[in-house]
Design a protein around this ligand. Structure first.
Ligand code: 3HC
Ligand code: NAI
Length: 692
């Protein structure tokens, strides 16, 4: 049966698309639409048509899962052209969401009615492509060059009200019954004698995108889709409509072939796959309404803020009244900032603050459904806290720790209910960063894991399952590639060269900029903690210790690897070069940007392969999502494992083997990497959920 139905009600044809979950414009939908439009054109009983989506939204866009496969006719541009060419008027009745090709279908219709609460956008550039079904040609004609460029380059959807204000939609309807609203609107248009009104007949707008193009190229450095989309618009406005469409299509096809498109689509599907865990399929999560947080420092106050923003009731326990008051002030400040960013109304802020209790007595936790511990990173302190939680929490409550590195099994053993214990590793700032590593311990009950994933969804986080080991997925891999960077500095590379090479690769920050942001005391404490396990052949970054002892702890002390006396951007500092030079004991040499990136990425991929092989990460795609959302990895490269596949695993193994010639202690090829190369396979082949 076709996912597109055609029916007529009192002169009005209703063309409804029913292709759950998002009414994507699959081959069957395109065929159905083309057929329905043809029927409408020849149907004397219908004088006007309405195109609408069944279910919860209009159309979520082209079917992304068809990308990279041979194109099947009819193509989307041809279907939209056929809609536009109808001599009788066609209305798009838009509810829920109209994105990408979905909005382009609406642009090809002659009238647009959007229900209140609808989101409309052209997010194609966030997938590494451009609106390829007329969006770059019709949108500027409807809303002007500047508004169109903003929507296409930014990729963010706008509200129905804003869409009306810029001329994208002609009218607004109620949010509850799209069909009735559409029929009423069509009736009104018929009564007015409205005629077909093709967007292509509108004159191209005046304007010049040259200045904007320069800004966009700088803002989206390294990425091709945004500037190419602007080029499609600029060229199209100077051409007859059909030639503009053809040029748009040509540029669209070029972008389709880029590794950036492949990386961004991989990111899109991986983000949706991480929450699909066989171990919790069909498992009912526990009910969570009241959350408790222990410790109101950097992380605790951020976690409490995230929970309040999601409408949960929060009780936060601190050591004394002064610390409790400080935590409350921090949380209030976070909520205030959310109001300023337009994420929260003042009424919701006030309501949230009313549901927050900041206390010093653990007895207040007896009603909480879930607690997240965020006290100091010390096993002794954590075990003491968990013993107390065991005594006061109600049966069935979930006991979570936000530890960055410590053994969650050992923490669970401090309680008489290890099956209720799990790690919830938030990232700083916890109310902003999307990543949440869900650390499943040996005894964690499946419904506790399911509860953690359900909570993550409520908090708007991207949860990734991790197993127990030092640093879980992200921090464990980080400590390895960070060591590779330190080795390069010990061997002659300047920390500034290392940062520059990696920022040029696309990372949000280089490793030494990250150290300055996090504080050099954190790395120092980690080295102290691990000193007992150190191998005699481990090379210690003594320059980092020297900076720590010199009080250069990073941004918070005004100096770390960089000098922050002028601004938070920081400047290279000759004093640091001197400290680094002092720490070098062997021969030194120069490192070019390519070698820096190659060593850094090889170390990251090698350790990530171990993390996957040990089952700490379920699949390579879980590692990718961790790095995209927690470690500033460039999204358009898809994540380290996707990037490794694209480069070719054999080349990476050759590089590691080469590096091992001078340091076979650090550079030991991960068995999984060697095996995949020997078998001619890729990490992507392991992205099916593992059964072992
Ligand atoms: N194609 C194929 N599958 C899609 C899809 C699409 N455009 N959009 C979503 N899906 C799938 C998801 O992978 C997911 O599948 P799963 O259940 O098997 O994991 C399912 O639909 C539900 O998706 P979400 O979990 O994201 O559902 P939400 O309700 O949270 O969000 C949405 C709905 C806002 C539509 C969101 O899915 C979304 O942003 N989708 C992508 C929209 C987009 O980028 N469209 C542009 C496509 S490119 C294009 O149109 C090119 C054109 O110019 C030629
Ligand atoms: P912090 O030092 O800013 O805050 C810890 C808070 O816990 C302090 O306010 C302290 O008064 C309070 N506290 C200590 N013992 C307590 C007790 N027995 N009862 C109640 N409150 C107590 O530390 P931060 O950075 O918030 O870290 C907390 C935890 O989160 C650590 O385990 C850390 O490893 C982890 N983490 C930290 C990240 C970061 O970027 N800072 C990121 C992710 C995890």
């Amino acid at each position: 049966m076709s996912p597109v139905t055609y029916s007529v009600q009192k002169d009005i044809a209703v063309i409804a698309i029913d292709n759950p979950p998002v009414n994507a414009l699959s081959h069957a939908v395109r065929q159905g639409l083309a057929r329905a439009i043809k029927t409408f054109a020849g149907d004397e009983s219908a004088r006007i048509a309405v195109v609408m989506g069944a279910g919860r939204l209009f159309i979520g866009g082209a079917d992304i899962s068809e990308f990279g496969k041979p194109l099947k006719h009819p193509t989307l541009p041809s279907v939209i052209n056929a809609i536009e060419a109808c001599t009788k008027p066609v209305i798009a009745a838009i509810h829920g969401t109209a994105l990408g090709g979905g909005l382009e279908v609406a642009l090809g219709c002659h009238y647009r009615l959007a229900m209140m609460g609808t989101k409309l956008g052209l997010p194609e550039t966030t997938l590494g492509i451009l609106p390829g079904a007329g969006g770059t040609q019709r949108m500027p004609r409807l809303v002007g060059l500047e508004s169109a460029a903003e929507m296409i380059v930014g990729g963010k959807p706008i509200s129905a009200e804003d869409a009306q204000a810029i001329g994208l939609v002609d009218g607004l309807g109620p949010d509850n019954d799209v069909r009735s609203a559409a029929l009423a609107y069509a009736g009104k248009l018929l009564a007015k004698g409205a005629i077909a009104r093709p967007t292509r007949a509108m004159p191209p707008p005046d304007g010049d995108l040259t200045e904007m193009r320069a800004k966009v190229a700088a803002k989206f450095r390294g990425q091709v889709a945004q500037v190419t989309a602007l080029d499609a618009m600029t060229r199209g406005m100077a051409l007859p409509f059909d030639e503009g469409l053809a040029e748009e299509r040509r540029l669209f096809q070029t972008l389709m072939e880029t590794p950036q498109r492949a990386g961004l689509i991989h990111a899109f599907f991986s983000e949706r796959t991480v929450a699909k865990l066989p171990e919790i399929a069909g498992v009912k999560p526990r009910t969570i309404n009241r959350i408790a947080v222990i410790g109101g420092g950097t992380m605790g106050s951020g976690i409490a803020t995230a929970a309040l923003l999601a409408g949960l009731t929060v009780t936060l326990v601190e050591r004394d009244d002064a610390a409790a008051d400080k935590a409350r002030a921090t949380i209030a400040g976070n909520l205030e900032a959310a109001v300023k960013r337009g994420k929260l109304t003042t009424a919701r802020r006030d309501a949230a603050l009313k549901t927050l209790a900041t206390v010093t007595d653990y007895a207040a936790l007896s009603e909480a459904d879930l607690v997240v511990e965020a006290v100091f990173e010390s096993m002794d302190v954590k075990r003491e806290v968990f013993a107390k939680l065991d005594a006061v929490m109600k049966p069935g409550a979930v006991l979570a720790t936000n530890t960055s590195y410590l053994d969650v099994n050992e923490i669970a053993a401090a309680t008489g209910r290890p099956s209720d214990v799990i790690g919830l590793h938030f990232f700083s700032p916890a109310h902003i960063m999307k990543l949440l590593e869900v650390v499943v311990a040996d005894g964690t009950a499946p419904d506790v894991t399911a509860t953690a994933f359900a909570l993550a969804k409520r908090l708007g986080k991207t949860p990734v399952r991790a197993g127990v080991c030092d640093g879980f997925i992200g921090n464990r891999i980080l400590s390895h590639y960070r060591t590779a960077a330190d080795h390069m500095v010990l061997d002659g590379a300047s920390p500034y060269d290392v940062d520059r090479a990696l920022v040029d690769f696309g990372f949000a920050m280089g490793p030494y900029q990250v150290s300055d942001l996090a504080g050099l005391d954190i790395g120092f404490a980690t080295r102290q903690r691990k000193a007992g396990d150190a191998h005699t052949r481990d090379r210690v970054p003594t320059f980092a210790d020297a900076l720590y002892h010199a009080g250069r702890l990073g941004q918070k002390t005004g100096a770390g690897y960089y000098d922050y006396s002028e601004d938070r951007k920081g400047r290279p500092d000759p004093a640091v070069e001197a400290i680094v030079a002092e720490a070098r004991t062997g021969e030194t040499r120069a490192f070019g940007a390519n070698e820096i990136v190659c060593r850094y990425m090889a170390a990251m991929i090698n350790e990530a392969a171990r993390v996957v092989e040990e089952g700490i990460a379920l699949r390579p795609l879980d590692v990718d999502v961790v790095f995209l959302h927690g470690y500033g990895f460039p999204r358009y490269r898809g994540g380290p494992m996707h990037w490794a596949d694209a480069q070719g695993l054999d080349g990476i193994l050759v590089a590691i083997t080469e590096f091992a010639k001078t340091d076979d202690h650090f550079w030991q090829p991960a068995p999984l990497l060697s095996r995949l190369v020997a078998e001619g396979r890729r990490f992507a082949d392991l992205n099916q959920t593992r059964k072992d």
